[in-house]
Design a protein around this ligand. Structure first.
Ligand code: ZN
Length: 136
């Protein structure tokens, strides 16, 4: 696999309204985008530090995997996933699979910011939910 950089870190939060002002203070930069990803039952808020983004994820439904993650973390959020930017996401998924890595998504799907994204299973990645993404 050939990630070019850490595209973003995904952080689960209970409330974007509460978390955004904190992260604006911490990072010294304004949230530049808020977007709902209906598919994943989340609302996302983005910050940019250099070429890496911070993606805050707020569940929009109790059935959201982010809601389940928060529940497991004592009702608080935390670091949820790491996302690597790759070139040729389909080929990267194929080579991950060849390397014996379990995939959550065997094909890329549309994520926030119009990126093609796919997740690798944390059971294959030392417990770190890992996302590959590509800007097309
Ligand atoms: Zn992500």
């Amino acid at each position: 696999m050939n990630p070019t950089h850490i595209e973003h870190l995904g952080i689960a939060v209970v409330s974007l309204n509460e978390a955004i002002p904190f992260f604006e203070t911490l990072l010294g930069t304004k949230c530049y985008s808020i977007e709902e990803v209906a598919d994943q039952k989340v609302r996302t808020a983005f910050f940019k530090i250099g070429q890496t983004k911070i993606e805050l994820l707020e569940p929009t439904s109790p059935e959201s995997t982010i809601a389940a993650f928060i529940e497991k973390n004592n009702g608080r959020g935390g670091i949820h996933h790491i996302a690597f930017a790759v070139n040729g996401i389909e080929e990267q998924l194929a080579s991950a699979q060849e390397a014996g890595i379990r995939l959550i998504d065997s094909k890329p799907r549309k994520g926030a910011e119009g990126l093609d994204i796919a997740f690798l299973h944390p059971k294959s990645t030392f417990g770190v939910l890992t996302e590959l993404c590509e800007k097309k």
